[in-house]
Design a protein around this ligand. Structure first.
Ligand code: PHE
Length: 454
């Protein structure tokens, strides 16, 4: 028996699920990490430009392809452009989903670990020594990270095996707004810590001389990662969307919510960061895990707020991991006619195994913790390859596909099939056809030139 394809219950439910995919560790872990690594406010500025010039146009493009074809990425490119090489773009998305899931779940696992650490009251005192030790306890031994990875992938697989409506929708509704409120509360505390002004300056007062091609490419990569673009996630979510929904306003809501959460996360992390001795903004993946405990140790009720925060962050991460697993699962269900639960189980298991080296790369295995020659940990390397490069290349090709192969006219017809006029269609056409791909190509060339030729 062929399973009937699911659809979203309503526009609001779709927006919440898409925002659930977008809002996750990308906003609260990755955005501060990259902002810290790339010099602060200059990165934030370029990030916001990247969301507008590259992110939103592509979000509209992916949703449109998805709704038009009602397929997973492979099926979608095949449906619009049969017997062409464009299906390869679909396969790239599927592979990217599995790889991002593998290391993303490791970090989601740390977050779960931090629920217990916080609830047990271990952060009292909150000095730097203690905080480093706690990060090591959760991440630098071989067992705990793998156990937590298993938990994250297990939950994700379970939800995905239950399908679109029952699985994905229910979670996001109530919990995202609560997470956001908690974040705003923490931002207020962080901003009022003595010594916060240094962090505010780092985060909000741009030093334009810091902008180089690495900052720009990092910002574009982060915008794509944060909006779940470039691997067909939004395409797949769009495929469950009914024809009567207004794609454009949905896209704006998702982008607005996503950027708002990321920006607020920065207001939590940076003011507090600069009040801690010996911690640098360029800490890398461990940054938020070292800064947040300090805030929690300094607020009344920190134990409760901290625990609640990590619980909500876990949920935000899970609404993203399910979207990562949904893409390859939809492929096996649509194209190979597999049963949903079988596809989810197999792909979950593969991601679990692929996650091992990332889980072991925070100190437990030396080789993985600082790979010879490149001197970065395996998890960060995965993030550069799959979370940055692959999404950037995927996005470039999606823009070219919509702008030049399928054609903006067809896309606009699909967008307007809801009966509502697409007011910004001229701007969108110019962006997706010229500006978005050119911006990506230029910055890719520039990066290659700077780091390999010069
Ligand atoms: N956007 C998600 C986040 O910010 C991560 C993600 C990337 C999800 C790519 C799906 C696809 O956490």
């Amino acid at each position: 028996m062929e399973e009937k394809r699911g659809t979203w219950g309503s526009k609001l439910k779709f927006v919440l699920a898409a925002a659930g995919s977008a809002i996750g560790l990308g906003n609260i872990w990755r955005f501060p990490t990259y902002t810290g690594l790339h010099g602060g406010a200059a990165f934030v500025l370029i990030y916001i430009i990247a969301v507008c010039v590259v992110g939103i146009p592509l979000l509209i493009a992916e949703l449109t392809i998805g709704r038009h074809t009602q397929r997973n990425p492979v099926g979608a490119f095949r449906a619009i452009s049969p017997k062409s090489k464009w299906v390869g773009l679909g396969y790239l998305g599927i592979i990217t989903g599995v790889f991002i899931l593998s290391y993303y779940s490791v970090i989601a696992g740390w977050v779960i670990g931090y629920i217990f650490v916080t609830a047990s009251g271990s952060f009292k005192g909150g000095d730097e020594e203690l905080i480093r030790k706690i990060f090591e306890i959760v991440t630098a031994n071989p067992f705990i990270p793998i156990l937590l990875l298993f938990v994250v992938i297990g939950i994700t697989t379970y939800i995905i095996s239950r399908g679109v409506q029952k699985g994905i929708e229910g979670w996001t509704k109530v919990l995202m707004p609560v997470l956001f409120l908690l974040l705003v509360g923490l931002a207020i505390r962080s901003l009022t810590l003595p010594g916060a002004s240094k962090g505010i300056q780092f985060y909000l007062s741009p030093n334009f001389s810091k902008i180089d091609s690495l900052v720009i490419i990092g910002a574009i990569g982060q915008a794509l990662f944060s909006l779940s673009l470039g691997m067909g996630t939004m395409l797949t979510y769009g495929s469950y969307l009914s024809k009567k929904e207004d794609l454009f306003s949905s896209s704006l809501w998702v982008a607005f919510a996503d950027t708002g959460v990321a920006f607020t996360a920065g207001l939590v992390i940076f003011p507090a960061l600069f009040t801690i001795q010996g911690l640098s903004p360029a800490e890398g993946p461990s940054l938020i895990f070292k800064v947040l405990p300090v805030i929690f140790s300094k607020i009344p009720g920190g134990l409760i707020f901290g625990t609640a925060f990590f619980i909500l962050l876990t949920i935000a991460a899970i609404t993203s991991t399910i979207s990562l697993l949904e893409v390859p699962t939809a492929y096996f269900v649509d194209e190979k006619k597999w049963e949903r639960w079988k596809a989810a189980l197999l792909l979950g298991f593969i991601s679990f195994l692929l996650g091992f080296p990332s889980a072991l790369s925070m100190g437990s295995v030396k080789f993985l913790s600082s790979i010879p020659l490149i001197k970065i940990d395996f998890l960060s390397l995965m993030d550069i390859i799959w979370g940055n490069l692959s999404l950037i290349i995927g996005s470039l090709l999606i823009a070219i596909f919509v702008g030049w192969k399928w054609g903006v006219k067809n896309a606009v017809d699909e967008i307007e099939s809801s009966g509502k006029r697409f007011a910004f269609k001229n701007i969108w056409q110019i962006l997706i056809k010229f500006i978005t791909p050119l911006a990506i190509i230029l910055i890719l060339l520039n990066t290659v030139y700077n780091y390999f030729v010069k």
